[in-house]
Ligand binder design. Structure first.
Ligand SMILES: [Fe+2]
Length: 144
C-alpha cells in the first residue's frame, strides 16, 4: 500500500495523498510518497523498536461512554515506555480504521506517551501511528 507523508505536520495518508491534509490543511503538493517510512525508522533504530512500537489494546465496551456504542483503543508507546523529555518525546499518536484517518492526539513532555481513542464507528482493523521527534514514524495494527 502506498504511503504519503505530509511535510508540514508529519501526518500519514494511505493509498493516496488527500486534497488537503486533514490535520494541518496543507495542500496535496506538500505530501511526499514514502512507502518505506516505517521500515526506515526500524532500520535506523532496531534496538529502539521496543520503545517505539505502539502497544494497542482493543476494549469492546467503553467504560467512559457506555450509553453510546463505543470501542476503546488503548495505546501506550512502547512495551518499554518511551521517554518524554524536552529533547526526545512522542509528538503525536494518530488513529486509523482500515487505513482511513480518524483522529490525532498531540503530546508534550508533560504527559505519558499513552492515550485512548473512543471509536464510535468500527471496522476490521485499527492502525496506530506514532511520531518520535528523533526516531520518526512507527505503526502497529490490531484487529477490531
Ligand atoms: Fe524515540
Amino acid at each position: 500500500m502506498s504511503i504519503y507523508v505530509c511535510k508540514v505536520c508529519g501526518h500519514i495518508e494511505f493509498e493516496a495523498a488527500p486534497e488537503n491534509c486533514p490535520v494541518c490543511f496543507a495542500p496535496k503538493d506538500k505530501f511526499d510518497n514514502n512507502n518505506t517510512v516505517f521500515t526506515d525508522a526500524m532500520e535506523k533504530s532496531k534496538e529502539g523498536a521496543v520503545k517505539h512500537i505502539p502497544v494497542v489494546q482493543v476494549v469492546q465496551e467503553c467504560g467512559l461512554v457506555p450509553e453510546k456504542p463505543c470501542t476503546d483503543i488503548l495505546v501506550r508507546i512502547g512495551e518499554t515506555l518511551h521517554p518524554m523529555e524536552d529533547k526526545h518525546f512522542i509528538q503525536f499518536i494518530d488513529c486509523y480504521v482500515d487505513h482511513k484517518y480518524v483522529s490525532r492526539i498531540m503530546l508534550t513532555p508533560m504527559v505519558n506517551p499513552s492515550v485512548v481513542f473512543h471509536l464510535k464507528e468500527t471496522g476490521s482493523k485499527v492502525q496506530i501511528v506514532e511520531m518520535c521527534n528523533l526516531h520518526g514514524h512507527w505503526m502497529k495494527e490490531e484487529k477490531l
